[in-house]
Design a protein around this ligand. Sequence first.
Ligand code: NDP
Ligand code: KPL
Length: 308
Amino acid sequence: MKKIETIAVAGLGAIGAAYASKLYDINPQSVKFIANQERAERYRRTGFTINGKPYDFNYVQPEEKGMPVDMIIVAVKFHDLPQVIEDIRNYVEKDTMILSLLNGISSEEILGSVYGMEKMLYGSCVGIDAVREGSVISYTNIGKINFGEKQNATLSSRVEVVKELFDQAGIPYHIPEDMLRTLWWKYALNVGVNQVSAVLKAPYGVFHEMEDARELMKMAMEEVLILSQKEGVNLKPEDMEEFFKILNTLAPEGKTSMLQDVEAGRKTEVEMLAGTVMNLGKKHGVKTPVNDMLFRMIRVLEEMNQER
Ligand SMILES: NC(=O)C1=CN([C@@H]2O[C@H](COP(=O)(O)OP(=O)(O)OC[C@H]3O[C@@H](n4cnc5c(N)ncnc54)[C@H](OP(=O)(O)O)[C@@H]3O)[C@@H](O)[C@H]2O)C=CC1
Ligand SMILES: CC(C)(CO)C(=O)C(=O)O
């Protein structure tokens, strides 16, 4: 597998901006950002500020042809995935790798069903506390990108070249042996902390200090643990201790991506979080009352935002 020389990024929010700016720092010419005309104009007008440093990125339009890349990084919210699948089309060729950084357990399969699973790398970020306010992005902890093939007992040449790129850019990463389990582990964390934080309007500090907040989070996550066993992924109660260790590293004033969405009046990823739990619950005949309630509460918050 040849060295990665060209990269396209779809999604310049908290996650895309935090990680892709590190790739841009090592070689600005190698990274392009796919953005439709409205976005590109808005981004050119305001520029980006990432942890206090100004950036003027290179934008390319989805319609442009003849510029396929070695790797595409997808970092949008789950409900924007269908549009992104269309927008990246002209940048994909035979050997292009696609790395999805979305939370959840299904974005890789969704992208792979269109472009072929052989193009996909599994990914998720953990321990990052990035906050986006317009085009100003700040974070205290960059966390790390967990990535790889579905199984990584031995590293594939695709994983090796991405590893080399991340080493060069100083992007912290980990290559877990079982990426599917890692996605589920992160999913359980998000089902707990993202949804409960959105309902309570609670930054991470509340979860550091208040046992009741942590208990609510656990109640939502326990439903994922049960479903993971039904799906053969087998998350264990001990895994929850790992979740809390990560949570304790995040800045007390930091906010989950879902709380940021609610506060900014944006659509949330509730269908991908509680919605998936509810669907899996139906599939396996398992009751999911905590997620049923969170689902409705978050949908109400979204509707209230629309009426404002
Ligand atoms: N924030 C966090 O701390 C973490 C987030 N995640 C996950 O990472 C994913 C991304 O989250 P996050 O970065 O917070 O999301 P943000 O909402 O901050 O950013 C998403 C970005 O995607 C852009 N976008 C949407 N559609 C397109 C498109 N078709 N083409 C190009 N850009 C597009 C949006 O543009 P516009 O400027 O128009 O809004 C926005 O800038 C989510 O799945 C989230 O759950 C994972 C770990 C931590
Ligand atoms: C784990 C957490 C809460 C922060 O990295 C996250 O994934 C999110 O905000 O979506």
